[in-house]
Ligand binder design. Structure first.
Ligand code: SAM
Length: 248
């Protein structure tokens, strides 16, 4: 039987595609892609032509078994997403699960990942961290999620889009307080890459002051809650808010 290769692609700079990723993409029978147009462009830039299959959140469960059949028949397949590592805030886990459940091989072809790239330059403790992906889009749900994370001692890593970066930073200040250490990594590996900030308050100020700092793609790295006193204060506020809700 063939294997499914889970292949990381660049997060901006084409030079970050690994030699092995290129070899695998050029040699598989077909490539499952989140957005076939996007991937066709990447392959075009690499001079690779392979059949593409669309695999996104909405059809993944339906086509996974068909892909398993193809692997059983001896084909070898690759899975890519639009950028970075598949399955990291991207589709693919259902397919990988089905392939493994069928007793077939899933082979990682590692490479770029925005969360790891950000963590590697943030200068925030990184021996333990929580990847939180995207926060909820609505402020109420977002603040609730943040309240659950406010006492987390490990470094937190979030993905954010240009539409919501300001709102999310404002909610972070509201829930974590302005003094929490935080670094905003923007447009990593691209022309306008910036890594800035030291506290949440500082980030809010810098993003408000420069509209360029609101453009592009972002990873936000936030230091965990280390101080017992801070943890107690946050817990007190949380209990107070719950009580106030009940007394309404
Ligand atoms: N699978 C990807 C990975 O391995 O990083 C993540 C895909 S997720 C749908 C897209 C989000 O990743 C963006 O909204 C942004 O938060 C982050 N991201 C992707 N590329 C980035 C870059 N070059 N610089 C900063 N953040 C990036």
């Amino acid at each position: 039987a063939g294997a499914l290769h889970v292949v990381a692609t660049p997060i901006g700079n084409l030079g970050d595609l690994t030699v092995r990723a290129r070899e695998v993409l050029a040699s598989v029978d077909a490539i499952c892609a989140e957005d076939t147009r996007h991937t066709r462009q990447l392959l075009g830039a690499l001079g690779i032509e392979r059949p593409l299959l669309a695999l996104h959140e909405h059809n993944e469960a339906d086509i996974a078994w068909k892909l398993v059949e193809r692997l059983k028949a001896g084909e070898s397949l690759a899975l890519v997403s639009d950028a970075g590592t598949p399955l990291v805030s991207d589709p693919g886990y259902r397919l990988v699960r089905e392939v493994r459940a069928a007793g077939l091989r899933v082979v990682p072809v590692p490479g770029a990942c925005a969360a790891i790239a950000a963590l590697s330059v943030a200068g925030v403790p990184s021996d333990r961290f929580c990847f939180e992906g995207f926060l909820p889009a609505k402020s109420g749900a977002r603040r609730e999620r943040l309240a659950e994370l406010a006492r987390e001692p490990r470094t937190l890593v979030f993905y954010e889009s240009s539409h919501r970066i300001e709102e999310s930073l404002a909610d972070l200040v509201a829930v974590f307080g302005p003094e929490r250490e935080a670094v905003l990594a923007r447009e990593l590996t691209k022309l306008f890459e910036t890594v800035l900030g030291d506290t949440l308050a500082d980030l809010v100020e810098r993003v408000a002051a420069d509209e360029n700092q609101r453009k592009g793609e972002f990873v936000l790295v936030v230091r965990g809650c280390e101080d017992d006193q801070e943890a107690r204060l946050i817990e007190g506020q949380r209990i107070y808010a719950k009580l106030a809700e009940h007394l309404k």
